[in-house]
Structures are given as structure tokens and as C-alpha cells.
Write a protein that binds this ligand. Structure first.
Ligand code: NAD
Ligand code: MG
Length: 390
């Protein structure tokens, strides 16, 4: 039996992971499941899967979790420290599917134990890519990508040498507003930004898909994960979301990965790696699909993509500043305090402000320094919003 844990178990990726586990419960010994406010769901899944421990991120929710787990053998815990403690428990495989920078500390802890980390939480690579990769190397741990594009690249690279790679192309659906006139984006509402044309995902990543902040994070994730230079990474808008990524080699060959837009493809690949097992996903009928379209993204429509280039050029801890500012800008958009286009203005201003602080962005990449930059970026974003809303 493989010992596994799922962080962010109540979310979209977490539930898809549980769906796969549930199909072969005899193969897995579940150590920890974590969630947030959805305590009832967390308790239900923890009892069903006979987990050792269930953790809610929110300490105020602990009594509720204890009550929901009463009579079972599942331990209850709450808060960021409890998450890290649970990540330190021996396991063979951990799914990192918390949304946001909060996924970084448990992920790092898992790597320090030598545990294989299936990484959906792209924010941790954006904030602290070198730290994660270094920690994995030091402890002989493996990071397996779960983002669909990165899983696609990873699969296209099987048996290849990274030196032979000329370019990596990741695709983007273009999100909810890809066909909207640019002028209308200013007044785009939360409800409009929260519906994705192809993928069924958590609300935050869905909005990030409409703004392409998600793709901006993924470009940085590509650089950190595969260690190639920013000039070798391209983004193509591909409205059908069937080709997830392409790898171009020095002989001109392009290898691509196609699949239905179902995250169980990438989760299942990471779960069963280095083997392939049958997965309950739709088989593509390309004749029925008929046509695949690709186009270059319009950087005016998607300023986040340009900002990702700036972040990679600046290096250091600018990824943590970018992500922290993005997370807070998104909070403010969800709360109705700012407009859709204001999010990119805020990230731009926060990056400028933090990069101007002597020594901050160039400090060494430790969890402490990354957390400090993340905090400062959130505070700077809050200040900008407070000034605007006056
Ligand atoms: P989601 O919002 O559906 O779920 C997020 C999970 O994280 C929940 O379990 C929630 O309780 C937990 N959580 C939220 N805030 C937390 C905090 N501060 N501390 C601890 N736990 C917290 O999100 P999702 O769509 O499943 O995405 C999860 C991660 O996977 C994100 O990093 C996202 O970018 C990435 N990802 C998601 C998809 C997708 O299809 N949903 C695809 C690729 C990558
Ligand atoms: Mg993706």
C-alpha cells in the first residue's frame, strides 16, 4: 500500500485526486487530508478514506471539525503549523493542491522528508522555485508536475535530453474574455470572470485564466521546473484546450500532448508515474473535433504575460512579490473593491515598489525571505487599493 496525503483535498484538484483514489482504495493508505472552510466535506472524505489526520487551515473551524469526526479514528487539527506537521509525516506521495502561497511551507516540508510531491500548487514554484528544486535535490525527493501544461511537457520529455530542447510552448484557452472587445474588460464582473469556457476549476484559477495571470504564473513555473531560459518559452492561445503543450527540439520536431480538458489526466499521470494506468477520462475523437486553432496572445489584452517576462528578467524574489500582489489584487476584485483590469495595474505597481527597496528582491531565497516579500507585496497591494477607494 502506498502512503499518500492530499493537501487542498476539498478543492477542485483535491476532489479529482480523491476520485482516482476512491476507485482503488485498497492500493492507498491515506495519511493526511487538508481543507479550508468546507469542514463537513473534509470530515466525510477523511472518514471514508480512513485518513490518519484531517486538518482545516482555519483554527476557528477546529471545534466543528472535531464534532464532525467524533466517533471516528481520524485525528483533527487546524492552522498553518498543523499543516506543516502533517506534511512531515512519513508518506510516499503527497498531492500539493492548496491554492496560493500557503501551499509552499507544507510542500517544502514534504520534500525535506524525501516525499514525492505531486505539484498542482504552481504558486509555490513561482514564489520559491529555486528553493523547492534545491530542497528536492538535497533530500532525493521528486517533484512531479500536475498543472496540465507542465504534465504535458514532462510527458513529451520522456527519454529526451533537456539540452536538445529549443522551445517549450504552453497553450492557453484565453479564458472567459478571449473574444470580448478590449474596451469591455474594464467593466467585466466577478460572475463573468468566474466562468471558464473549457475547464471546471476553483474560482481563483478560473478568474486568473480570464486575466491570464494563470498563464503568467505558468510561464514562470515552466522556467523554474524545466530550467530553460525565458526566451525559449512561448504561449499560444488554443481555444479548444485539447493540446496542452508542445516541446520543440533542435531538429525542428515538435512533440505535443493532447487530451480532454480533465485534470484527472495530469493527476493520474503523477499518481502512477513512472507507469501508466487506465484513467476514467474521455478519449478524444479528433474527427469529431475537426479543427484545432492556435494564435498568438495579444499582450495588450493580457498585461500579466508581459509582467511574467519582467519577473523572470528581474529574478531573485520578484516571483514572490508578483504572486503575493496578484493574490491580494484577486481578493480585492472578488470583494468588489476594484475592477478586472485594476488587478494588473496593482501587480505592476507593487513590483515596481518592491523592486525599488534596496536588497529586498535580491535577498537569498529562504522560506523566511520569501514569506517576508509575500507579506510586503500583500500590504503594498492593500495600500494601493485603500488609496484608490479612498
Ligand atoms: P480550489 O479553490 O478548488 O481548492 C483550494 C484548496 O486549498 C481547498 O481545499 C481549500 O480549502 C484550500 N485552501 C485555500 N486557502 C488555503 C490556505 N490559506 N491554507 C490552506 N489551505 C487552503 O483550488 P483548485 O482549483 O483545486 O486549485 C488548487 C491548486 O491547483 C492551485 O494552485 C491551482 O493553481 C492549481 N491548479 C488547479 C487546476 C484546476 O483544474 N483546478 C489546474 C491546474 C493547476
Ligand atoms: Mg494549467
Amino acid at each position: 500500500m502506498r502512503k499518500i496525503s492530499i493537501f487542498g483535498a476539498t478543492g477542485s484538484i483535491g476532489q479529482s485526486t480523491i476520485d482516482l483514489i476512491r476507485r482503488a482504495p485498497e492500493a492507498y493508505d491515506v495519511v493526511a487530508l487538508s481543507g479550508g472552510h468546507n469542514v463537513a466535506q473534509l470530515a466525510r472524505d477523511a472518514i471514508e478514506l480512513n485518513a490518519e489526520i484531517a486538518i482545516t487551515a482555519h483554527e476557528s473551524r477546529l471545534p466543528e471539525l472535531c464534532a464532525a469526526l467524533a466517533g471516528s479514528d481520524v485525528e483533527a487539527a487546524a492552522g498553518a503549523r498543523a499543516l506543516v506537521e502533517a506534511a512531515s509525516r512519513p508518506a510516499d506521495w503527497i498531492m500539493s493542491a492548496i491554492v496560493g502561497a500557503a501551499g509552499l511551507a507544507p510542500g517544502l516540508t514534504a520534500l525535506e522528508q524525501g516525499t514525492t510531491l505531486a505539484l498542482a500548487n504552481k504558486e509555490s514554484l513561482v514564489c520559491a522555485g529555486q528553493l523547492l528544486m534545491r530542497t528536492a535535490a538535497q533530500h532525493g525527493a521528486r517533484i512531479l508536475p500536475v498543472d496540465s501544461e507542465h504534465s504535458a511537457v514532462f510527458q513529451a520529455l520522456v527519454g529526451e535530453q533537456i539540452e536538445d530542447v529549443e522551445r517549450i510552448i504552453i497553450t492557453a484557452s484565453g479564458g472567459a474574455f478571449r473574444d470580448w472587445p478590449l474596451a469591455d474588460l474594464k467593466t467585466a464582473t466577478l460572475a463573468q470572470a468566474s466562468s471558464h469556457p473549457n475547464w471546471d476549476m476553483g474560482q481563483r484559477i478560473t478568474i486568473d485564466s480570464a486575466s491570464m495571470f494563470n498563464k503568467a504564473l505558468e510561464v514562470i513555473e515552466t522556467r523554474e521546473f524545466f530550467g530553460i531560459s525565458p526566451e525559449q518559452i512561448e504561449v499560444l492561445v488554443h481555444p479548444q484546450s485539447l493540446v496542452h503543450a508542445l516541446v520543440g527540439f533542435r531538429d525542428g520536431a515538435l512533440m505535443s500532448h493532447l487530451g480532454a480538458p480533465d485534470m484527472r489526466h495530469a493527476i493520474g499521470y503523477a499518481l502512477h508515474w513512472p507507469h501508466r494506468k487506465e484513467l476514467p477520462v474521455e478519449r478524444l475523437d479528433l474527427a469529431a473535433v475537426g479543427q484545432l486553432e492556435f494564435r498568438t496572445p495579444d499582450l495588450q489584452r493580457y498585461p500579466a504575460l508581459r509582467q511574467a517576462q519582467d519577473v523572470m528578467a528581474r529574478g531573485g524574489l520578484s516571483g514572490a512579490a508578483f504572486n503575493g500582489a496578484k493574490e491580494r489584487a484577486l481578493d480585492h476584485f472578488i470583494a468588489g473593491r476594484i475592477g478586472f483590469l485594476d488587478m494588473a495595474t496593482i501587480t505592476e505597481q507593487v513590483l515596481e515598489a518592491l523592486e525599488a527597496q534596496p536588497g529586498l528582491i535580491d535577498a537569498s531565497m529562504t522560506l523566511e525571505n520569501v514569506t517576508q516579500v509575500d507579506d510586503l507585496a500583500r500590504q503594498a497591494a492593500d495600500q494601493i487599493v485603500a488609496q484608490r477607494t479612498g
